[in-house]
Structure formats: structure tokens, C-alpha cells
Ligand binder design. Structure first.
Ligand SMILES: Cc1cc2nc3c(=O)[nH]c(=O)nc-3n(C[C@H](O)[C@H](O)[C@H](O)COP(=O)(O)OP(=O)(O)OC[C@H]3O[C@@H](n4cnc5c(N)ncnc54)[C@H](O)[C@@H]3O)c2cc1C
Length: 258
């Protein structure tokens, strides 16, 4: 069967790529082995326009952020599922100096569109935010498992739940032959799986591991709190907190230390 693209992996990347190509009228097949390590299934799904200890605009924020909300809203319509939550992020200030710094930042053209408000007083003692904080907008989180399920239904028989074995891939003239498919191009969206590919072995991958925790709490402000650790409100008084970040213990699965 002749196709335009064979996409390997149906995480966030493969789903978005597959959808856009189908919209462009391309013939697409996706292969996904759900038993593989899937960052998308365990991620918190936060999208935050201003990040890092130094609070800088997220990489390519000016291009990506105007796309995020309309893109996932469109996919909610297409799949008939709800997975997008648009919610401000509140970052408490730790000192008066930081508050002053943010007063300066708010005229910075790169960051200013993402600042909803600068609070100079505490919003709640439980937040330990005596110096106030910054409220960021165009942020929120995606329920990624629900999104992936919706997209799997959308792809229908274009999606095959099977392991892609690179050793079975054959170059035939202009095409890549893999099993019954003859593809004009391959797109690797297989996350860390790309480390084992002959095409990407030259890349200096540095995998990291992250763990998140779900907790029940009875404090529910109308924003995500983010200060070193994020706290995302989920339904029924549950909250997702995290994430840890390590380059050392890369075993799969949760740890007591985290
Ligand atoms: C704990 C944690 C929290 C995170 N929180 C956030 C966050 O809040 N915000 C954020 O932006 N990012 C977050 N991330 C990062 C984010 O999860 C990843 O950047 C993103 O999910 C990567 O998506 P992907 O589609 O590239 O890869 P993946 O989700 O890993 O998808 C790859 C897919 O390819 C499949 N696959 C692999 N090999 C094969 C094969 N040989 N054959 C067939 N299928 C194969 C896998 O099964 C999988 O479905 C977090 C990550 C972790 C671990």
C-alpha cells in the first residue's frame, strides 16, 4: 500500500503531526507500541509561557503559544472529548527584590503579553507569598491520556498498535518499504525510542527521568501554583504536584525517594 508518511509513535508529537498531515490531505499510517516508555502518558501536561529559575519566555513562546489553545480546542471539537484546561499560573515572589524585578519585567515586550497581573500582596497565607506574585496567562494543562485516546479514535484504522522494528525497514528507490506499506517518508515521533535508531545514533541524547504525585487537599485557588514545584488542580479535590528531575536513576517506574 502506497502512503505519504509512516509515523512511528503516537504520543503528543505523533498525534499532532499525524493530524496536521491528514488535514493537508496526506496518506498517513501511524505505528505505536503502547507498552513502550511513553512520556506523554505520565506528563503533567502543563503549558507555561514563562519558565525557568530566571523566568524567561518559553523557547519559541511567541510562535507556539498563539497556536496551543486554538489547536487543542479544534481537536476537542474533532474528537468530541474534553482535555484542555485554560488556567492562569501563579508564581509567588520569594523576596521584595523579586517583586521589584517583576515590576520591571512587566514592560519587557517579550514577557508582557503573558503577564495577567502582578500581585503585591499575599493571596493566601497558605501560599507563603508575603511579597505577592505574578499571575501568568495563556497557560493551562492538557489531560494527555484523554487527548491520546481521542486521537487514537480519530486515526481509526490509520493507527496500528504494533512495534516498529527498524531492521525490517528497506529502502526501495525513492520509497521506504515497511511490511505492507511503501512510504515516501518516515517520521520518528517515538520519543526516547529514537536513541536506538540507526538514523539518530549521532545525536547526544541526555535522557532525564521525572516523577509526579497526585495528592488530595482542601485548598483550591483558581490558578495553578508554580514555584519550583507545580500544583495543578484536578477534579474532586485532587492535585498533581511535581515534577522531579534526574539524570541518574533512569529506571522506569516510581521511586520512594521522589
Ligand atoms: C513526569 C513528567 C512530567 C512532564 N511534565 C510535562 C509538562 O508538564 N509539560 C510539558 O510540556 N512536558 C512535560 N513533560 C515532557 C513531555 O512529557 C514530553 O516532552 C512529551 O510527552 C514527549 O512526547 P513524544 O510524543 O515526543 O514522546 P512519547 O510520549 O514518549 O511518545 C513516543 C511514542 O512512541 C512509541 N514508541 C516508541 N518506540 C516505538 C516502537 N519501536 N514502535 C512503536 N511505537 C514506539 C511509544 O510507545 C510512545 O507512544 C513531562 C515528562 C515527564 C516524564
Amino acid at each position: 500500500m502506497e502512503i505519504d508518511f509512516l509515523i512511528i509513535g503516537q504520543g503528543l508529537a505523533g498525534s499532532a503531526m499525524g493530524y496536521r498531515l491528514i488535514q493537508e490531505g496526506k496518506k498517513v499510517i501511524l505505528l505505536d507500541q503502547p507498552e513502550r516508555n511513553q512520556s506523554s502518558r505520565v506528563a503533567a501536561g502543563l503549558f507555561n509561557p514563562v519558565t525557568g529559575r530566571k523566568m524567561v519566555k518559553t523557547w519559541k513562546g511567541e510562535v507556539l503559544f498563539p497556536e496551543i489553545i486554538p489547536f487543542y480546542q479544534e481537536l476537542e471539537q474533532v474528537t468530541g472529548k474534553k482535555f484542555l484546561t485554560i488556567q492562569p499560573i501563579y508564581r509567588p515572589f520569594l523576596s521584595i527584590e523579586e517583586q521589584n524585578e517583576w515590576m520591571g519585567h512587566s514592560s519587557d515586550q517579550e514577557i508582557q503579553p503573558f503577564v495577567k497581573k502582578i500581585e503585591v500582596e499575599s493571596q493566601d497565607a497558605r501560599l507563603k507569598d508575603s511579597f505577592g506574585g505574578v499571575l501568568l496567562q495563556y497557560s493551562g494543562w492538557l489531560d494527555i491520556p484523554a487527548f491520546l485516546e481521542g486521537m487514537a479514535t480519530f486515526f481509526g484504522d490509520r493507527l496500528h498498535q504494533e512495534e516498529f522494528k527498524e531492521e525490517e525497514l528497506v529502502r526501495l528507490g525513492e520509497y521506504w518499504q515497511y511490511k505492507q506499506w511503501r512510504a515516501k517518508a518516515l517520521i520518528y515521533c517515538n520519543g526516547l525510542g529514537a536513541m536506538r535508531s540507526r538514523f539518530f545514533s549521532f545525536l547526544p541524547f541526555a535522557p532525564v527521568k521525572g516523577e509526579i504525585l497526585e495528592v488530595k487537599q482542601n485548598f483550591d485557588p483558581p490558578f495553578i501554583v508554580n514555584r519550583g514545584v507545580f500544583r495543578v488542580p484536578l477534579p474532586n479535590g485532587n492535585f498533581r504536584v511535581g515534577s522531579t528531575y534526574t539524570w541518574h536513576d533512569l529506571d522506569e517506574g516510581p521511586t520512594a525517594t521522589a
